[in-house]
Design a protein around this ligand. Structure first.
Ligand code: COA
Length: 159
């Protein structure tokens, strides 16, 4: 594949996301990690913070580019001249939402296909919300997120 987009909110990035990023980067010449700048959600981290965290944790993977986007994913794909979206599937509970999203995107732009990678078993339970919940109550998040972002997450909760 020439290029692919791995989109998400990444609020914050987890080891599960990094697992998908590393494996996707191995499948394509260029992987674009698209960080959604969603005005209807109130994320813990600003879009600039989320982009910088992802740039930091992917700095050793040469074919990864991290950029933010607003609006529709298919428009972002068009802008980047990219025809492939990659998403991770953790469990059957992800399936319905992901299927609807992939089908909607295909109706909106039939030139864009979605490929699903199954999340590695050891991260199947993980989500950004779990990380935030643990960090809020001073739990150990070192098994959930890359080392480089641990301090930044705790500092949001004044630790
Ligand atoms: N490892 C760990 N966690 C994972 C994961 C993995 N491999 N895959 C998903 N998750 C978790 C995330 O941590 C996040 O957890 P949270 O709900 O606790 O925050 C959750 O799954 C979903 O997050 P994410 O993968 O970031 O997806 P999203 O639902 O926030 O965003 C977009 C999905 C960005 C692709 C989608 O909203 C989008 O394209 N938006 C643009 C607008 C658009 O085009 N809409 C039309 C499409 S229908």
């Amino acid at each position: 594949m020439k290029s692919a987009i791995y989109p998400g909110s990444f609020d914050p990035v987890t080891l599960g996301h990094v697992d998908i990023i590393k494996r996707s980067a191995g499948l394509t010449d260029k992987l674009i990690v698209g960080v959604l700048n969603n005005s209807t959600k109130t994320p813990l981290f600003s879009v600039e913070e989320r982009v910088n965290m992802l740039k930091n944790v992917t700095r050793k993977i040469p074919n990864v580019e991290v950029v933010s986007f607003t609006g529709l994913l298919v428009d972002f794909a068009k802008e980047k001249d990219c025809h492939v979206i990659i998403r991770g599937l953790r469990a059957v509970t992800d399936f319905e939402y992901e299927l609807a999203m992939a089908q909607t995107n295909r109706v909106a732009n039939p030139d864009v296909d979605t490929i699903f990678l199954t999340t590695s078993l050891k991260y199947a339970y993980l989500s950004s919300s779990i990380v935030k919940e643990m960090a809020q109550y001073n739990g150990d998040i070192s098994k959930f997120v890359p080392e480089e972002v641990i301090e930044q997450i705790y500092s949001k909760y004044g630790r």
